[in-house]
Design a protein. Structure first.
Lengths: 145, 140
């Protein structure tokens, strides 16, 4: 099978999972975070189902295979430090998630449903990533200006 | 109100986990939406093609699911300004934090990566706090 067809189909499994699980729905995500109000604990089950399969599946993959099917090697994220950048970034992400009710993994599949709200959110995320990328380059390499 | 859907959510979560396992087994990559999305924002990553294909599949699937009669509940209970402001913060945050619920929450936690566990704990706390403040302090 072609590599791009494979990536398309795996993306499809992801998008289907997001849709079926309810992660696609900002109202549901916000209700998950609203314990003091209209609490909907469903998202605990999304996390539980996803983690159980990924935990067991990753172990199976790494035990059975030296390398992935389409690439010469597994590309795992290099160990990064638990620093202010990681914690601060995660904190800011959580605030944005709590304000909008969308996360990137929920919003991209939601684009398929054709609502302008999703498009506005995704455009804002892309703008944020571009600004952050620019800011980080300036902070890390101030001499480059 | 939204309905409590433990079975659909468990099934959907399992599918998200399955896509993470398949992407690792076939492509050797982490199924984190932050990394995949960032790779198709110019300047393009050298690996933008599989990422674009993954994104296209992710967008197409809910559409296809609806076409075969599946019901997808969807409602955006916040004003446009919240989508713009919240989205911008999400973009800033995932870039510096190095991931979102798919990358850190599923893939990273499944690998028992300490930075991912810390990132997930952090963003869950701030998301709970934000919703509490928005709905019960400001809105209450």
């Amino acid at each position: 099978m072609n590599k791009l067809v494979s990536a398309f189909l795996i993306g499809g499994v992801f998008g289907l999972g997001i849709a079926v699980s309810g992660m696609i729905n900002p109202a549901k995500v916000l209700n998950f975070f609203d314990i003091a109000g209209t609490w909907d604990p469903s998202l605990i089950f999304v996390m539980g189902g996803g983690l159980a399969i990924a935990f067991a599946g990753y172990r199976l993959v790494f035990r059975r295979r030296e390398a992935p099917v389409f690439e010469p090697a597994f590309a795992l994220p290099t160990k990064r430090a638990i620093d202010a950048e990681l914690v601060g970034g995660a904190a800011v992400f959580g605030i944005g998630w709590g304000i909008a009710g969308f996360c990137p993994g929920g919003a991209i599949p939601a684009l398929g449903l054709g609502y302008s709200a999703t498009l506005i959110f995704v455009a804002a995320v892309i703008a944020g990533i571009i600004v952050a990328r620019f800011a980080r380059t300036r902070l890390v390499q101030p001499a480059a200006t | 109100m939204t309905d409590f859907t433990p079975f659909q959510s468990l099934l959907g979560g399992a599918l998200i986990g399955l896509s993470a396992v398949l992407l690792m087994a076939l492509h050797g990559r982490i199924a984190g939406m932050t990394g995949i999305l960032t790779g198709v924002i110019p300047p393009l990553s050298p690996e933008w093609r599989w990422r674009a294909a993954f994104l296209a599949g992710a967008v197409a699937a809910p559409l296809l699911y609806q076409a075969v009669g599946g019901h997808i509940a969807f409602s955006v209970p916040v004003p446009t300004l919240a989508l713009v402001g919240g989205g911008f913060l999400v973009g800033i945050g995932v870039h510096f934090g190095g991931g979102c619920p798919s990358g850190h929450g599923i893939c990273g936690m499944a690998r028992l990566s300490p930075p991912s566990v810390i990132a997930v704990a952090t963003f869950m706390i701030t998301a709970f706090a934000t919703v509490f403040i928005v709905r019960h302090v400001i809105g209450g």
